[in-house]
Ligand binder design. Sequence first.
Ligand SMILES: Nc1ncnc2c1ncn2[C@@H]1O[C@H](COP(=O)(O)OP(=O)(O)O)[C@@H](O)[C@H]1O
Ligand SMILES: [Mg+2]
Length: 319
Amino acid sequence: MEKIRLALLSGGVSSEREVSLNSGKQVFNALDKDKYDITQYDPKFDLKQLVIDSDKIDAALIILHGPFGEDGTVQGLLDLLDIPYQGAGVLGSAMAMNKLVAKRLYEGARVPTPSYLSFSMHEKIEPAEIVEVLDLPVVVKPACAGSSVGMTIVKTAKDLEDAIKLGFAHDDCIIIEKYIKGIELTCGVLGNETLEALPVIEIIPGEGHEFFDYTAKYVAGETHEICPARIDEATTKKVQQLAVKAHQALFLKGYSRTDLILSNTDVWVLETNTIPGMTATSLFPQSAQVAGYSFTQLLDQLIQLAIKEHSKQKLRRAT
Ligand SMILES: Nc1ncnc2c1ncn2[C@@H]1O[C@H](COP(=O)(O)OP(=O)(O)O)[C@@H](O)[C@H]1O
Ligand SMILES: [Mg+2]
């Protein structure tokens, strides 16, 4: 069988560049070299080369996080070049990247998400009003960012101003969300027409982390993860159903990973990641492992789903 000529994209220009380079390395190591002829591209330097090589590329794996990678821009370029790639297309990537757009779509699809207010840079913000509507604590986050960058949990009204400033340092739009105390969960889904929800993971940020912040996410040993999560069967089903619903509400494809919080018996959806972390020990690969896919098999599956979806779309365009 001829090898699939695969473009592996990692690096990029977002604040998650280092995370992406690390994932890219591990993905490269895990890919089956008998199946794939791999060329690596770092969009920070190699976009022109990617365009030049496009006729010789059968599929791409986008291992990029944040703006100019996870937000539909690279997906659009690959669409124009007629190269299949894993996961969400332009529309889904762009919508999921923006937490405000995502929350509006969740609401439309009856996916429970914490109450919130949103503000753009030049709007007048009245802290007293925020406290009155949402109560404290609240979480201030930039609409478009990831890895907990620019995010603050605010417990007292006097801290709101600094948190808002920090949020706006990362985006022109912020959301201020009701803080939900509970157990953090994350749930992956995988598939094209038929979506398989993966086992739910419970996330326990280590001591010294108020929440699942940047260090808790990326420094080994800072966070404890349990898969399957220690929740009953009915709650597991509910979480998995919400992960599938969130995936569909945002028009995603191939795979995604939804972050949730379980508070008593209520489950709240925080956000959906269209290119979840992809080191061998990242959350999505971990739960795929529990479901029976090795990291190598998971990558095979993502590439196959990408190629199938691409052929289907091509056929549709031709008829
Ligand atoms: N409304 C909320 N209530 C409680 N904790 C939250 C809330 N929003 C965010 N967090 C905490 O911040 C982390 C990151 O938030 P999230 O919305 O998943 O953004 P991202 O992972 O893209 O930075 C979560 O995993 C959780 O620990
Ligand atoms: Mg998250």
